[in-house]
Design a protein around this ligand. Structure first.
Ligand code: PLP
Length: 450
């Protein structure tokens, strides 16, 4: 059946099936086809789809009020969610600013950091160092600290260039991620960059504790995160943790930073924080920063929908479900089993060059040659093609280019945290069949090399 032309446009012209229903880890289109949501959308729907307790909490809030402008009213929902969020964050991170998504949360963190520096009489500090590759959002501020060429290059003249340091991709550099010397090697690049820029000009360092879309579940080498924190402290550089993807249980702790007992100055959340039920994000800042900014006249920043009571009621119910079902524990238990299955696929299919991840944020990377780490030819668009093949088999996974968005292909497997071993069987079978089909399709282009 031909469909009428769409008035919507996102990235491209291709059309997708129309979503009908979603329950738990499954989604159905209007033709009745079922999909297993193997990436929780874009690593969002951590508690699974259509959770009845969350829907009920949203209905209750809707009957009460759906909007109260933050300059006119406080709301019970936003107060409760802020208080709850503070209890889940490291000591001292007790002030919360709600937004509607990850990019807004990152923008808010950048601006709070800058206003804090001004309040401290350190107006010379404005540079935010980040990693290459990285993804922190699509708005121009967040994009300036992102490193992913296809998304950043068109807008380069419109952005303030910000310094970058290499992401700690030990597996590509032939270094042992279990060796502390490796972690220190990469962390020390941050120190070198701070010194090169002039420490008095550096405001903050922002980092995804476990890499997301741009690096494909990159786990930092041993000793890296602790050393990064130490270096930031030494030079008065604020540490901002971007936990938009890793937060809310995804890596087997509520926050990925708990794996290293980190104490950032600012932390940002979104995605799993409201699990796709509503647009919601949060910037959580150390009280010390917020008090200084408020004393100096206030935070010159805000969004109309910040602290929306319906969004906050949903967010609170999502956290309740995460705790009630011990989904953080489930991610910690099931994640290693998923990684084991991906390693099994690596044994069976030479095209998989690396498997990595933490908790239920896992990925595999395609390589033309495991020894040399050579990527597949970029023209094959392998990651996208693989996702299409899996989709046709009823499995949703998420993919991106690995090497600054230019070449290399990784596929992220990150099902909702409610996933069971039976679901893992289904995911593995569909991945296996998809890999077999994908390899048969690209083999001629590689002269039979895989
Ligand atoms: N930060 C990280 C680590 C992300 O993964 C994303 C989105 O993928 C963002 C920020 C931006 O979030 P949003 O797309 O909700 O604006």
């Amino acid at each position: 059946m031909t469909r009428p032309p769409s008035h919507l446009f996102y990235q491209g012209r291709d059309r997708k099936p129309v979503l009908d229903q979603a329950r738990g880890v499954y989604m159905w289109d209007v033709d009745g086809r079922r999909y297993l949501d193997g990436s929780s959308g874009a690593m969002v729907c951590n508690i699974g789809h259509s959770n009845e307790n969350v829907l009920e909490a949203m209905r209750r809030q809707m009957e009460r009020s759906t909007f109260g402008y933050r300059l006119h009213f406080e709301t019970e929902a936003s107060e409760k969610l802020a208080a709850k969020t503070a209890t889940l964050c490291p000591e001292g991170l007790n002030r919360v600013f709600f937004v509607s998504g990850g990019s807004e949360a990152v923008e808010s963190a950048m601006k709070l950091a800058r206003q804090y520096a001004l309040a401290q009489g350190e107006g010379s500090r404005w540079k935010i160092i980040s990693r290459a590759p990285s993804y922190h959002g699509c708005t121009l501020g967040a994009l300036a600290i992102t490193s992913y060429a296809p998304l950043t290059e068109p807008f380069a003249p419109m952005m303030q260039a910000m310094p970058k340091v290499p992401a700690p991709r030990a597996y590509l550099d032939g270094l042992d991620p279990e060796d502390e010397a490796t972690g220190h090697h990469y962390a020390d690049m941050l120190e070198a960059q701070i010194l090169a820029e002039g420490p008095d000009s550096v405001l903050a360092f922002i980092v995804e504790p476990v890499g997301g879309a741009s690096t494909g579940a990159l786990v930092p080498p041993r000793g890296y995160m602790e050393r990064v924190q130490e270096i930031c402290r030494r030079y008065g550089v604020l540490l901002i943790l971007d936990e938009v993807m890793t937060g809310a249980g995804r890596t087997g702790k509520f926050l990925a930073s708990e794996h290293w007992d980190l104490e950032p100055d600012i932390l940002v959340l979104s995605k799993g924080f409201a699990a796709g039920y509503v647009p919601l994000g949060a910037m959580v800042a150390h009280g010390r920063l917020v008090e200084a900014v408020l004393d100096a006249g206030g935070f010159a920043h805000g969004f109309t929908y910040a602290g929306n009571p319906l969004a906050c009621a949903a967010g609170l119910a999502v956290i309740d479900e995460i705790e009630r079902q011990d989904l953080v524990g489930n991610a910690a238990r099931i994640g290693p089993l998923l990684q084991e299955r991906l390693h099994g696929l690596l044994q069976r299919h030479a095209i998989i060059g690396d498997v990595r991840g933490m908790g239920l944020l896992t990925a595999f990377e395609f390589m033309a040659d495991r020894e040399t780490k050579a990527p597949l030819p970029a023209r094959l668009n392998a990651h996208q093609r693989f996702v299409e093949i899996a989709y046709d088999k009823g499995l949703i996974v998420y993919s991106r280019r690995t090497r600054d968005g230019v070449e290399g292909d990784h596929v992220i497997v990150a099902p909702p945290l409610i996933v069971t071993e039976r679901h893992l069987d289904e995911i593995t079978d569909m991945l296996d069949a998809s890999l077999t089909e994908f390899i048969a399709e690209i083999r001629p282009a590689l002269n039979g090399a895989v």
